[in-house]
Design a protein around this ligand. Sequence first.
Ligand code: B4P
Length: 192
Amino acid sequence: MLHIILFGPPGSGKGTQASNLVECYGLAHISTGDLFRAETSARTPLGLQALEYMSKGQLVPDEVTINMLKKKLESMVNVKGVIYDGFPRTTAQAEALDKMLSEQNEQINALVALDVPDDEIVRRILKRGESSGRTDDGDESIIRKRMEEYRHKTSDVFDYYNSQSKAYKVNGMGSIDDIFIAMQNIIDPIAS
Ligand code: B4P
């Protein structure tokens, strides 16, 4: 099975490129952000707990996130592989994911990181906030908090997989199609 992590700062285009990758490689898609938003819309205890953090631009605690991911993975049957979109976001999450996969004799094949400058991130998220209705998209101070969380807690995940020689960088500036081609150039040799 193919296990690909889509990585990058908030608003770097992970969700956008995940849809393309799912279609191209026939993989299942897990977005922890989408899972939290679904729980929040359904007003479940998990969703209400997650909303407390998401609306402030903070990461949801590891224990909550890892348990949710584990359940989602266990519910998947007969899949060719998985795109992890927005997970792992801390080294503890990365270690937990590696452990879960090794118990199934599986492993992460590659982490592909989208590289986008801070000002472009703010511009994209504010633009999305005009229509998304997301509480974390409309306010620049919350967007900056999400970027700070990324720098302090998430960026180390790149080094974690780099030390396993599995991390790749892609320029996240340019057209969605061109960025996708750059990602295919990395994933095709791994997938074949
Ligand atoms: P996510 O839902 O993962 O959201 P994101 O980081 O904002 O977005 P993404 O990178 O997917 O950007 P998109 O394609 O939409 O996380 C939200 C929150 O959930 C987190 O802050 C956290 O609180 C919580 N959470 C999620 N996972 C967690 C975890 N593992 N641990 C703890 N907490 C967790 O692109 C953004 C915009 O840019 C879109 O409008 C898009 O149209 C546009 N865009 C994309 N590509 C473009 C391009 N090439 N050029 C111009 N615009 C582009």
